[in-house]
Structures are given as C-alpha cells and as structure tokens.
Write a protein that binds this ligand. Sequence first.
Ligand code: AMP
Length: 215
Amino acid sequence: MNLILLGPPAAGKGTQAQWILRDFDVVHVSTGDMLRKAIADGTDLGKLAKPLIDAGKLVPDDIVNGIIQEWLRAADPGKGIVFDGFPRTVAQAQALDEMLANVGRKIDAVVSIQVNEQVVVERIGGRWSCPKDGAVYHATNCPPQVIGKCDRCGADLIQRDDDKPEKIVERYKQYLEKTMPLVDYYRAQGTLLPIDGTRDTQAVYGEIQAALATL
Ligand code: AMP
C-alpha cells in the first residue's frame, strides 16, 4: 500500500503518519524532515533550502523530486510507503507517478486532510517540535510529558522558524496556490480520500483507518 498524506501545514499529517506506521506495513518519508536534516548537517542542499523554508516558500520541484528519486532507489520493495509533505505541486505529483511506475508501484490512496486557515493558525501557534527526531507536540492538544522536553529523546523542544506566526500566512498561501490543485489531480485519478481534519486526532485517525482497511 502506497499512500500520500495531503493537507495544509498543521493538518495533522505527521501525527497521522505515526499511527499509520504503527498499524500498517509501511515506511514513512517526509521531505520536510529530510530538508531539515540537510540544514542541520550543513550540506549544500541544506544551504539552498534554508532561506526558502525560513521564508515559507517551497523548495524547487527538481530538487525535491531528486531527493525522492534517490530515496525510492534504496526503499525496501517489500513495504508500502507513506509520503508526507510530498508531492506539493502538480509537477511533483506527475514526477512521482513516473518514478513509482519505474519501480512497479503506484499510489493506492491519497488521504486529503482538510482544515481551514483559522485551524492552521491556531494549531501552529501552539506547536513545539523536537530538533533531533522531528516529533511534534502541541501546548494544549498534545503536550509532552515534561514541559519543553521531547518524550522520545529528551531533547529541548523548539518552535520551528517557519512555524512563527508571520511565516504561517505565507505557507498557507503557498498551499492554496500550489498544493490544493492536487486535490483535483488525485480525485481525477480516483485515489482521493477526503477526511475532515478539524476533529480531534483520534477521531481523524479512526476515519483514516476505516478507509484504508477497505483498500
Ligand atoms: P513540512 O515539514 O512538510 O511542513 O515542510 C517544511 C518546509 O519544507 C516547507 O514549508 C517547504 O519550504 C519545504 N518542503 C517540504 N516538502 C516540500 C516539497 N515537497 N516541495 C517543496 N518544498 C518542500
């Protein structure tokens, strides 16, 4: 089973990905996590991506397509894949279809988690992330066990630069302009699973789990 998690920033893609990983035989790939690691490692890719990410803009298609192409070459062929944060443009989606066809795979479902701008702003305002392992918490919806510390690795939690309120407006704008057209793209392919993401995360996961079980 190969899935895409689609939705605006703070739709809950990362949280839902963790539960899907727990319950299904899949591996997780997040271009956002890969780019943040490249920044932390100080690679050329990281240097190119940092100013774009900090400004809430998208990294160019050929760069993220290249990252995914390389990742796919090494992916375990016996496991399904959950794509999180990729594709984000129609050009990326077309490239993904081609890359998957080349390795004998296809997208089985696109979980389109829908939340409006007000929810995005509210959720990101309270979001704290682990700079080491990428775990995400929320001050009220999903607090860590010890305030300010990652439950998994104990690192100090941070507010990502691109989660600051002034950046989120630009990220949402990019989502509307560049990523929303993917809803029509995948609806036309017959793989779209629209999910109301405004409810609590467990309820959202219940719906996703039920939908995936029918595939
Ligand atoms: P995320 O953690 O998925 O919200 O991604 C954080 C940032 O990384 C985004 O705001 C973009 O700047 C960049 N990014 C992640 N994935 C992509 C992608 N598929 N295409 C372009 N930029 C991306």
